[in-house]
Design a binder for this molecule. Structure first.
Ligand SMILES: Nc1ncnc2c1ncn2[C@@H]1O[C@H](COP(=O)(O)OP(=O)(O)OP(=O)(O)O)[C@@H](O)[C@H]1O
Ligand SMILES: [Mg+2]
Length: 226
């Protein structure tokens, strides 16, 4: 994985929410922390091209998120902060199968892949359910399944455990641990990222911490609870 920010800046309606940022990311497990509104989601969205830099550039595995938007986006799977934005089709397993549409696989093979990802997350029983009837936590696991099934080389998760009970939180943590993919996780769940390879701390739209979890989390605590 090779994600590069080169003086990339994000602005909304003239307001700078992420100040010019330069960094390279290659670690397998990267956590992103910071107070509400500090720019974490904006940072994550710059990587998959949902937010375009107002100046500077962002590349993912060599593809520019503006000039090569489709290829850049193909490198990443994104799990949204609000999982209801993720599931489009009413029935969960149909929605998950949608992600495999481009592969022109025979139907039984698609069904098998959908079963496998649902089983992996312990939610095979939810396959026939209607997405709008699922609980917040069930929906969060469903959103994770809908992205995992496509096996993107880089997974970006925006607060993947924020609605989960203790058991499912553990399931998601273990799932992240077991993934071959590179993972970048935005989270207020400090335990989740405690053994990651690298943690980034944002504050008021600036990167103010970048290093090993213990050191960066300590700095975050200092900012959050001075
Ligand atoms: N589409 C948008 N239009 C205008 N302002 C936006 C937009 N998206 C984000 N912002 C603003 O940018 C700032 C950073 O938002 P962002 O969502 O990146 O924060 P965050 O660190 O993810 O916060 P949280 O922990 O609450 O999810 C906030 O002040 C937010 O109001
Ligand atoms: Mg956010």
């Amino acid at each position: 994985m090779d994600i590069r920010f080169q003086e990339a800046e994000a602005r909304f309606e003239g307001r700078t929410v992420l100040h010019a940022l330069s960094l390279s990311l290659s670690e397998r497990r990267i956590g992103v922390v910071g107070l509400n509104g500090s720019g974490k989601t904006t940072f994550a969205r710059l990587i998959n091209g949902l937010v375009k830099p107002a100046s500077g550039r962002v590349t993912v595995n060599g593809f520019d998120t503006v000039a090569d938007a489709d290829k850049a986006r193909g490198q990443t799977g994104f799990i949204f902060q609000n999982p209801q934005n993720q599931i489009i089709l009413p029935v969960l397993r149909e929605d998950i199968a949608l992600g495999l549409q481009g592969r022109k696989l025979p139907k039984p093979e698609i069904n098998a892949l959908v079963d496998r990802v649902l089983s992996r997350l312990g939610i095979l029983h939810l396959g026939e359910r209607r997405a709008h009837e699922l609980s917040g936590g069930e929906l969060q696991l469903a959103a994770l399944a809908s992205v995992l099934v496509t096996e993107p080389p880089i997974l970006i998760m925006d607060e993947p455990t924020n609605q989960l009970d203790l058991r499912n939180r553990r399931l998601v943590a273990d799932t992240i641990e077991g993934l071959n993919e590179h993972v970048l996780v935005v989270s207020h769940d400090l335990d989740l990222i405690a053994d990651f390879d690298r943690v980034l701390l944002f504050h008021e739209g600036r990167l103010v911490g970048d290093g090993l979890p213990a050191e960066v989390i300590a700095r975050y605590r200092g900012i959050a609870l001075p």
